[in-house]
Design a protein around this ligand. Sequence first.
Ligand SMILES: [Zn+2]
Length: 494
Amino acid sequence: MRYNWLLPSISSFVMVSLPATAAEMVSWQFNATENRIDFSTNSAVKPEAQMLANPSRLIVDLPDTRLNQPTSSQLLGNGIKSLRVGQFDTDRTRMVLELDPDYTIDPQQILIQASNSKQWSIQLPTPQPLKSFPRGAPVGPVGVFNENGQVVVAQPIRPKVAVNTAISSVNYIAIDPTRTGILVQADRQSRMQLKYTTIWDERAGSFRVTIPNAKLATAYQIPKESQRYLTVSAQGDDLIVLVRRADGVKVDIVRQYLDSRWVYLQPISPSRIAVRPQPEAITITVPKTQTTTYRPTPKQDTSPAARPSSGRVLVMLDPGHGGRDPGAIGLGGLREVDVIMPVARRVAEILEKQGIAVKMTRTGDNYVGLDERVSIAREAGATIFISIHANSIENRPDVNGLETYHYNIGQSLAETVHRTVVDHVNKNGFYLNDRRVRSARFLVLRKATIPAILVETGYLTSAEESARLRRDDYQKVMAEAIAKGIIQYVKDRN
Ligand SMILES: [Zn+2]
């Protein structure tokens, strides 16, 4: 075995050593499934990484660090020959990842990050044949890091791009619960435009999102369940988010989705990458916020400047069924469509009067497929999706009440609308049983990329509720209640 790592090859990273405070290497391993080197030390280290050629190898030096054990080596595969860890000199531990002959990796795609100053990971791209680098094997610094995992010297050293002029602090970033998107929240004192670029990184097998001039909030740790999928690192002033290809994670073009305080980057089906391979620059608005949960919070700022421009909200109302599909049939032959259509129409009227833009997936008694309803909302650029239905259950005339469903990112919308409807109806001379907010995999909810809910206004099969549901005055109160809930949600969100 050749010990190339013994060659005195570094010249650009001479730093003053403080051997008195030497750290000790605690553990290291190459995770073949993740193509990642993990290592830990007993006190803070500042790694220095570089690529060298002939043979292609990644060198990671830990200044002021002792190995306190013999050089060890792990033989690997898939284009990577081995990982060796040894004591380079008295106060420097060196890790050498050597590629197979004729293979190399692009140093620009290596991501080194610290979960704290003692726990580090080096995410590697898939090794590529040397011949795919026409100008020869890449060499040069990958990065010099401080103990917080921030890059002191980064490769590539790029000219600064004049975007995101103020540094934004990203205080939440995670894979969303359905594993189809990334939730990003930036904390700013005022509304700002946050720009990002996205690209499918074929070689890294990852989707790469670059947010220029952004930093991860100092104390923030990516949630554990997200660490499998997301690698977030600083590269100069940029925040780089890599979304790895993993089971259950769809990775593709990032779509922006705006839920007022969240930027929702949703990667969608990989097949579409071929259509749009170029990086796209998208402008997303990051509104003022202090919170990091989905739950609605009281309005924090009532100054006119912080008010939503109503033009940014577009409510898509979706009266269920229609045409050849009358929906559920209740007691006395009461048809679902005959209850929900008048309710939906009234909701639309009220919202319009309040200056909230609203559209409907159907306005007449025509059949619209479920997928079509989702695409109508998408194409219209809707920001909120409300499906209106009425329920039924066989042989249970005793069951009645309101159920509000959400699946993905509609939970706070569901909660606000549900609570408002129960309150409003009960305060207006009618009884409405609270059958709670629920989560369900209805297609219109599952496929929506905006907050989407489904309101089951009541049971057509209930002895007492069916009598109310057919009444015009009850439908009117129900419509007012739903509209009020939507308006409340829009207010809460701004
Ligand atoms: Zn229905």
